[in-house]
Each structure stands twice: as C-alpha cells, then as structure tokens.
Design a protein around this ligand. Structure first.
Ligand code: NDP
Ligand code: 2IT
Length: 449
C-alpha cells in the first residue's frame, strides 16, 4: 500500500483498531486517504475539525436477525445489515446486497465508497449500504419473497424518504425491490414511493434505472476515450460478471460500435467472438437463473465456456470489471497489459486490487475508479426520487439524456480536480478529492454532529 500523509496516518490506525478484521473496509478507507495528502496540506481545517476522522465512523450501524421459513418448513436465520454512513448531503442512499459473503466489513466498505460516489453525482444524497448473508441461489420465488418480507419487517423502522433510501445491488433486483416495497407499504400503511428506488415502472419506478449503472459506465468510458481522441467503434471489450451491471454495459458498448467478446459469472467465463448475445444471456441468467455454461451449450458453434478460469485472460482493448470486489489482481493486470489493454473502468465496487491499480497506472493505462465510473446507477436512483417527489414520470430519452449529462459532469470534474491537485489524468485522485471536498465542506457547515 502507498504511504499515507503523516497527518492521516493516525486516522487510518484508528480505523484499523476500531474495525478489526474488516479488510475490505480498511482497503476502501486507505484508498481514499491515500489521495487526500494534497488536500490536507491546502485545507488544515479538514484535519483540525476532525472531519476525516468523523467521515470514517458511520453515523449509525444496524444489525438484525432475519428469521424465515423455507419451502421444507424449516426455520432459517440470516443476518441483516444497514450502515447509515453519512448524511451531510442528503438522506442515506445506497443499495442492499444479498450474498453469502456479506458481513459488516463488506457493508461498511460499500457504504464508505457510496459517500464519495453520491457526492460526485451532484445530487442531494448521503451515503449508506445494507444487505444480508442470505444466498438467493437455488431459492424458490416464494422463499425469496418470505425472506424479503422478514428483512423489511425490521428494516422499515430505520428507513424513509427523508431518512434512508435503499435500492438494489448484487442479488437484489426488481423482484426483490417489489417484495420489499410491498411489505413496507403493508406495515406502514403508506404509499411512500420515495423510500426505495429501483421500483417497477407501474409502481413508481424510473425509466433507465435498470440500465443506468451499465449505461453510465459506458458513457464514462466513452468520455475517457474521447479525451484520448478515440471512440468505441471497432473496440474489443471484455466484461466480467453477467448480472445487472454487466448486461447493460454490454448492451451500450454494442450500441456504440464496440464488441464485447467475453463475460463471466462465479463459475467461469464465455468467449463469443461474434459479440455476446444479450437475448441469450438474459434467458440463461434472468429467466432460467442458470449457470453461464448454458450460454455456450445453447449458442453452440465456436462459443467456448471456460470453467473456473479468469476472464482477464481474454485479450481486449477495454476491460470492464462488473462482478465483485477484488476480482482483478496484479497478475490479471499484467496479463491484460501484455494483451494490449488501454482502458480499465470499474462497473463493480472496488473490483481492482490496489496492487493492480498500481500496475495499470505505471503502464499508463486509463483507469476509471468505480466511485466515478459506476455512479450512474445511484444518480438515476436520485432521478427516480425526484420523479417520486413531483409525482411525475419522465420518458426514456429524457432520463437517459440526464444520465449521460451527469456522467459527463463526473468525468470532467474528476479531470479538473486531478489537474488542480497536481495529478493530471489521474481519475482516482480526481474522484476521491472531488467527492471528498463537497462532503467535507457540508460537514464543516453543519457543526460537530
Ligand atoms: P448482480 O447480482 O446482478 O450480478 C452480479 C454478477 O457478478 C453475477 O454475474 C455474479 O455471478 C457475479 N459475481 C458475484 N460475485 C462473484 C464472485 N465472487 N466471483 C465472480 N463473479 C461474481 O449484481 P450487479 O450487477 O447489480 O452488481 C455487480 C457489481 O456492481 C457489484 O460490485 C455492485 O456493488 C456493483 N454496482 C451495482 C450497481 C447497481 O445499480 N446494481 C450500482 C453500482 C455498482 P453469479 O451469478 O455466479 O453469482
Ligand atoms: O453501488 C451502488 O451505487 C448501488 N448499488 C446503487 C445504489 C442506489 O441507491 O441506487
């Protein structure tokens, strides 16, 4: 890990001491603090006012039992989390993740990232995250519904349009948001649309929200390419994952003239030189909820499935990690480099390890960090809240234009901030500092709370 500025070292040591064993949280905090050296030199009020120490301590952490009954009649117990990290800019905002790997350290890393990401969008939203160690794989629809209802039976008392607004993340899509919203509505007897985002179109959802993270990522990369005088036309692209973010990133790359030749899930990856067939991918992953080898089984021809392998072995010019944290390490980065990669941009949260980021930076590869590149999802959630508040609904084209405009704004604010702080072209420094200063200034104005 790179050295921290001496004024920030004790803050990081305090984070390590207070949050033992939460490796992902330590990593996320270190990555932000490593960018803040030039900021605290220029603005001693941020360290003197305890702003950074306060930012590293969540405002509230909620952990609860989620009991539910499976299809065999057996009682299952999961653990639920909601970390309300920072509300200086607006109500806590961030997704819910259902995955067996979820524990407090994962929720805290995601919540911490969310503070800066949400700030970068320019929308009035604070940062939070939640989820459960519930594993939806292999569970029936009825089991997922009972789980969501039990989860919301506790969560409802902590959230609200002006308090905390959850949405989806890994393992939580439109189906789960529906069950969660139904239970919230039943318990509270309120049709409070603005309490959750990612809703269905007929019950308060926004156009473009399902597509927003993947589309936003590709809009961001398009800006990165333009700043180098290039474009997507003819580019060979590899995407990891095959869920919400990956699917819509692939769609937008194809629309802009690139070809995504490979994608993955936790069982392996497929290579389809003609370009990933999104209809087939949707059928396999969303309708059948099956494993990715079924894509190759159904496609036939030269389509290959590589069990357990790394999708980063597939040569490409643009690599878009859209699966999970720490999925692209230094060895993967070296393989990508030797195959001629020019741009890596994160659709997932923290998918690239710090060592891999260093390898890519040293080689001059354009690197778009998640808190900037994947901010389109939460930005469109904020547009959904805006539509709910005004009891309005916008067209697809209008909403997509707003998203594209927000992504262009994030891109230019990253570059301008990186330049201002002496690291031209460094999107990591730009995103961390631009995201941080807005929150820090709000916290200074609001006093010690
Ligand atoms: P989904 O649940 O829709 O899809 C997740 C995909 O990643 C699946 O293909 C899954 O494979 C794969 N995956 C998950 N864990 C692993 C793993 N350990 N190894 C390999 N593959 C894995 O989630 P999303 O697409 O919504 O989220 C993907 C990433 O994007 C996450 O990091 C999330 O935090 C981030 N993100 C999501 C946003 C959103 O709006 N949804 C917004 C911003 C960021 P399998 O099916 O085998 O589990
Ligand atoms: O990581 C993320 O930004 C999300 N999962 C989306 C959060 C949201 O509130 O839309």
């Amino acid at each position: 890990m790179p050295e921290l500025d001496s004024r920030l070292r004790s803050t990081f040591e305090e984070v390590l001491r207070r949050n033992p064993g939460e490796q992902e949280f330590h990593q996320a905090v270190h990555e932000v603090l490593a960018s803040l050296g030039p900021v605290v030199s220029k603005h001693p009020e941020y360290t003197d006012g305890g702003i950074i120490r306060r930012l590293c301590e969540p405002e509230r952490q909620i952990i609860f039992r989620v009991p539910w009954v499976d299809d065999q009649g057996d009682v299952q117990i999961n653990r639920g989390f909601r970390v309300e990290f920072n509300s200086a800019l607006g109500p806590y905002k961030g997704g819910l993740r259902f995955h067996p790997s979820v524990y407090l350290g994962i929720v805290k890393f995601l919540g911490f990232e969310q503070i800066f990401k949400n700030s970068l969008t320019g929308m009035p939203i604070g940062g939070g995250k939640g989820g459960s160690d519930f594993d939806p794989k292999g569970r029936s629809d009825a089991e997922v519904m009972r789980f969501c209802q039990s989860f919301m039976t506790e969560l409802y008392r902590h959230i609200g349009e002006y308090t905390d607004v959850p949405a989806g993340d890994t393992g939580v899509g439109g189906r789960e948001i529906g069950y969660l919203f139904g239970q919230y509505k039943r318990i509270t007897n309120r049709y409070e649309s603005g309490v959750l985002t990612g809703k269905g179109l007929s019950w308060g959802g926004s156009q473009v929200r399902p597509e927003a993270t993947g589309y936003g990522l590709v809009f961001f990369v398009d800006e990165m390419l333009r700043s180098r005088g290039e474009g997507f036309e003819g580019a060979r692209v590899v995407v990891s994952g095959s869920g919400n973010v990956a699917h819509h990133a692939i769609a937008k790359v194809h629309e802009l003239g690139g070809t995504v030749v490979a994608c993955s899930d936790s069982s392996g990856y497929v290579v389809d030189e003609r370009g990933i067939d999104l209809e087939l991918l949707h059928e396999v992953k969303q309708v059948r909820r099956a494993r990715l080898h079924e894509y190759a089984d159904s496609a036939g021809g030269d389509v290959r499935f590589v069990k357990g392998g790394s999708v980063w072995d597939v040569p490409c010019r643009i690599a878009l990690p859209c699966a999970t944290q720490n999925e692209l390490d230094a060895d993967h980065a070296k393989t990508l480099l030797s195959n001629g990669v020019a741009i890596v941009a994160e659709g997932a949260n923290m998918p690239t390890t710090p060592e891999a980021v260093r390898v890519l930076a040293e080689a001059g590869v354009g690197f778009g960090p998640g808190k900037a590149a994947n901010a389109g999802g939460v930005a469109t959630s904020a547009l959904e809240m805006q539509q709910n508040a005004s009891r309005d609904s916008w067209t697809f084209d209008h909403t997509q234009d707003r998203l594209a405009q927000i992504m262009r704004g994030i891109h230019s604010s990253c570059l301008a901030t990186a330049e201002e702080y002496g690291s031209p072209g460094d999107y990591v420094t730009g995103a961390n500092i631009a995201g941080f200063t807005k929150v820090a200034d709000a916290m200074l104005s609001l006093g010690v709370v």
